[in-house]
Design a binder for this molecule. Structure first.
Ligand SMILES: [Zn+2]
Length: 112
């Protein structure tokens, strides 16, 4: 990986971190309100389901945010882009899609 590529990825990671922090802050995680008699049982189930999906989406955002922040630490430490499993460089094309990746494609396929 070249310095230019590393800088590209750092910009990308910082953008993703900012986006995720925004999304996490603005996520509507309020549980559905009590039945007020105007909504039917089905729409109640519907809003409960939506709430669960939003909670799950929020959990995934927080997890990815954590991984991206760790990627930034590795960039600072100079250990970014090295496969955790085999020690080789992770392909740039892979990091472009998933800058928080910890292992290279080969190791990913071998299920590390
Ligand atoms: Zn590897």
């Amino acid at each position: 990986m070249t310095i230019e590529q590393l800088i590209e990825l750092e910009i990308k990671v910082r953008e993703l971190v900012a986006e995720l922090e925004q999304a996490i802050t603005h996520a509507d995680l309020r549980p559905p309100g009590q039945l007020d008699g105007t909504e039917g049982r089905l729409s109640r189930q519907d809003s409960l389901m939506r709430h669960q999906m939003e909670m799950e989406a929020q959990r995934r955002r927080q997890l990815r945010l954590q991984l991206l922040k760790e990627a930034l630490h590795r960039m600072d430490a100079g250990t970014y882009g090295i496969c955790k499993a085999c020690g080789k460089e992770i392909e740039y094309s892979r990091l472009e899609l998933q800058p928080e990746a910890l292992v290279c494609s080969d190791c990913k396929n071998k299920n590390y």
